[in-house]
Write a protein that binds this ligand. Structure first.
Ligand SMILES: Nc1ncnc2c1ncn2[C@@H]1O[C@H](COP(=O)(O)OP(=O)(O)OP(=O)(O)O)[C@@H](O)[C@H]1O
Length: 258
């Protein structure tokens, strides 16, 4: 369980997260939506202690995050927007092994985790491949595998579809669907719900640092465009976004999907 209580984060005069209280039970798939700058990334960086709060607190499994960072980072894995920046080793296998090695696990356990994590993202047998030879979608999946190798209760993905073409997006969504079905909690950060709405148990939307929507997807969908969040068009072939979103690219044919 991830829990924030009246969490406030400021960057100088900017209140990026403004008194957010949120509980995310184990196993739940939450889509965290909102326009650019609404505070999503800042909020999730608190989930495993990458930032310190100005006010309020964050707990993971009932413990304050700052009191046990290793426990928080083991329970909550985060994959950021640009996976290229997160791959730390030369080969796929070495990269995925990096986290478990830092936990001080034995070789057999590390090898088991690497194999299971690569299998979960459909990259079985690719551990010897050099990271530089991977496509964008494959790099994203290696980043997810690296987080999975920590065997987290919750996997947080910040804009996991940025820069991916349609087949790569589909591949990542398929993997996320399987992970969710196998019990891993997911928090998917996005300003575009087209790929993920049907995965979600719950949609939380932010605007100006506050939670403005917290509801099941069917209920949430109608109010999201007003907060700059693209939602799938039931007629298929177009999307809608409010004035605060980046709906300017909606008309681009390459961006359309059903
Ligand atoms: N390192 C930083 N220094 C100063 N201001 C920041 C910093 N990071 C974010 N901000 C500001 O905090 C607010 C929230 O930003 P944040 O990145 O958390 O929002 P977001 O919803 O994740 O946006 P995006 O979708 O663009 O990543 C914005 O006003 C942003 O400009």
């Amino acid at each position: 369980m991830i829990r924030t209580v009246n969490l406030v984060h400021r960057y100088g005069d900017v209140v990026a997260v403004d008194s957010v209280s949120l509980s995310i039970p184990d196993g739940e798939c939450v889509v965290l939506a909102g326009a650019n700058g609404s505070g999503k990334t800042t909020l999730v960086r608190h989930f495993n202690g990458l930032l310190e709060s100005d006010e309020g607190r964050v707990e993971v499994n009932g413990r304050r995050v700052g009191a046990d960072l290793v426990a928080a980072r083991t329970a909550v894995g985060i994959v950021f927007q640009e996976p290229r920046d997160q791959l730390v080793a030369a080969t796929v296998g070495a990269d995925v092994a990096f986290g478990p090695e830092n936990l001080g696990l034995g070789r057999a356990e590390i090898d088991r985790r690497v194999a299971a994590s690569l299998s979960a993202v459909d990259l079985d047998g690719r551990k010897g491949v050099r990271v530089g030879e991977l496509s964008g979608g494959e790099r994203q999946r290696v980043a997810v595998a690296g987080a999975l190798a920590m065997e987290p209760d919750h996997l947080v993905l910040d804009e996991p579809f940025t820069g991916l073409d349609a087949p790569a997006r589909t591949s990542v969504v398929d993997r996320l669907r399987e992970l969710s079905a196998s019990g891993t909690g997911l928090v998917i950060v996005t300003h575009d719900l087209r790929d993920v709405l049907d995965l979600a148990d719950r949609v939380v939307a932010m605007a100006e640092g506050r939670v403005v929507v917290d509801a099941p997807p069917d209920e949430a969908a109608a109010s999201l465009p007003a907060y700059g969040v693209r939602v799938p068009d039931p007629a298929c072939g177009s999307t809608s976004a409010g004035p605060d979103g980046d709906g300017s690219s909606d008309a681009a044919p390459r961006d359309r999907r059903c």
